[in-house]
Structures are given as structure tokens and as C-alpha cells.
Design a protein around this ligand. Structure first.
Ligand SMILES: C[S@@+](CC[C@H](N)C(=O)[O-])C[C@H]1O[C@@H](n2cnc3c(N)ncnc32)[C@H](O)[C@@H]1O
Length: 149
């Protein structure tokens, strides 16, 4: 089986147990995340792409902050969970299944590309970075990559 298919199957399997704070965050923690994201992004409404959104951790916070958010993931099961969560919060986020290393968007579509705990999972992170760069606006486009070691 090809490696991407294996990765996809793994995250489909993890989707029911992968919480990582999406629903568990208390209001105080949500506010800390929102303050941090606002300090990076400012107050203007931006077109944001959350890559490897999982259950929508960053996508939902960014939608709450008023940004226009597209959230993608290789696992449809993760996206189903994220979509449920967005619905229950009344948030408008566009979800789409696709590969972070091969994005189906035109050049310069987004102001910001965000991701959290994704880079370590990718077989070809350099390919992903060049894709994120391609879909970013050439004027003030930014990547915000949040990861551990
Ligand atoms: C560790 S989880 C992080 C989820 C979320 N960003 C968070 O912080 O809660 C990694 C996520 O990346 C997704 N992923 C892994 N490889 C991917 C790829 N090539 N393209 C898009 N998403 C991918 C997985 O399906 C999973 O949802």
C-alpha cells in the first residue's frame, strides 16, 4: 500500500479518539489561543487556509475571530468530526479533503496558511512548504507553523 494511503488510514482510525483540546478547551484556554492568533494576524478579515486541520482546532478558533477559513485534511473522518463541531458552534468553515503536499488551489489564493502538529507527519515536508508558498499571496502572505520538536 502506498505511504499516503497508510497515513490516511491511520488518521481516519485516530479521528474518533483524537481530541487535542478541540472540545476540551475551557473558555480561558480558547481566549489565550485567540489572543495569540490575533497577535500574529491582526484585526483585518483574512483568507486563511488551515492545512491538516484534524478536528478543526485552529480552523474553528480562526472562524470565531471572523476570518474566512478553508480547512483541509487528508482524512475525511477527521473532517467529518470538524464539520460537526463547526456546525454545533454555528461557524462557517469550508472543509475539503486533500493532500497538504499537493493543494487544489490557484496560486496566491490565501493571505495566511496555518498548521499545527502537521509538519512532523509529512513524508515530504519541503514539498508541502513550497505548495503553501505557492498558494499564498505574494503581498504579506504568511505561514504560521505550530509544532513540537
Ligand atoms: C497530529 S494531527 C493535528 C490535527 C490538528 N491540526 C490539531 O492541531 O489538532 C495531524 C493531522 O494532519 C493530517 N494529515 C496528515 N498528513 C496529511 C497530508 N498529507 N495532507 C493533509 N493532512 C494531513 C491528519 O489527517 C491529521 O488530521
Amino acid at each position: 500500500m502506498d505511504v499516503k494511503r497508510q497515513i490516511q488510514e491511520y488518521w481516519d482510525w485516530r479521528s474518533s479518539s483524537y481530541i487535542n483540546g478541540v472540545t476540551g478547551l475551557v473558555d480561558e484556554e480558547r481566549d489565550i489561543w485567540k489572543r495569540y492568533l490575533s497577535s500574529c494576524l491582526g484585526t483585518q478579515r483574512l483568507k486563511v487556509l488551515d492545512v491538516g486541520t484534524g478536528r478543526g482546532f485552529l480552523a474553528l478558533l480562526l472562524a470565531e475571530l471572523g476570518h474566512e477559513v478553508t480547512a483541509v485534511d487528508i482524512s475525511q473522518s477527521m473532517l467529518d468530526e470538524a464539520e460537526k463541531e463547526a456546525g454545533s458552534r454555528g461557524l462557517d468553515v469550508k472543509f475539503m479533503e486533500c493532500d497538504a503536499e499537493n493543494l487544489p488551489f490557484h496560486d496566491e489564493t490565501f493571505d495566511i496558511v496555518v498548521n499545527k502538529y502537521l509538519l512532523w507527519t509529512l513524508p515530504e515536508p519541503d514539498k508541502a512548504l513550497s505548495e503553501w508558498n505557492r498558494v499564498l499571496s505574494s503581498e504579506n502572505g504568511k505561514v504560521i507553523a505550530i509544532d513540537g520538536n
